[in-house]
Design a protein around this ligand. Sequence first.
Ligand code: PGA
Length: 255
Amino acid sequence: MKKEVRKAVIAGNWKMNKTPSQAKALIEEMKPLVANADCDVVLCVPFIDIPAAVQAAEGSNIKIGAENVHFKASGAYTGEVSADMLKEAGVEYVVIGHSERRTYFGETDQTVNLRSLAALNAGLKAIICVGETLEQRELGYTETLLKFQTKMALTNVTKEQLKNVIIAYEPVWAIGTGVTATADQADEGNGFVRAAIAEAYGADVAETVTVQYGGSMNAGNADELLAKVNVDGGLIGGASLKAEDFSKIVAAASK
Ligand code: PGA
């Protein structure tokens, strides 16, 4: 039922892993394993791997994403990469506001919004990450926080642009820890995100937005997570570095 109104999207987030030659080899290994997917398949890779990844994925159903984008079009921003640069390199998606960027690199809700606007204005699809820490969850702030982060990220994003937005609910305590949210927790968190979108754009529109779950999703737990009504896909870290594991998650989303 949910697949009739919104796309299932499985996206790998390689983080700071794989050199260009390793990226090429992993994509070559993945291509036949995900060729029959009935969902969108995306690999978000380090900037330096993008040319090799785009070339390796050519002619397949794998789309390439970046892991960040700067919000200015050009200028004196040493070390940064613009949305137009990504577009021209063959990138279609970009991860924005990942909790590791929020935690280690000073990303704020405001910069997440600016990056999202830059990506969307350039015609990229934005995978915007939101999520609570364990402390915030234990204090009972999960719903408030997820709604706030979602609305802040989408400030000035038009209804039309929202078609190119995916929100990834990633509880910070579940990322890279091996501690997955239960399927009910994932469904509830994704539901809060969808409710925030409904408050801003209307319930009909919110029903069409893909909301992923991320945080220790793997070949063993993907089925249960993806069966939930509000879980439209996954943002996969560790398990996206292994072709077989990743393809099993893609298969689970294709059911
Ligand atoms: P993980 O990472 O699957 O390794 O927990 C998910 C993410 O950070 O997007």
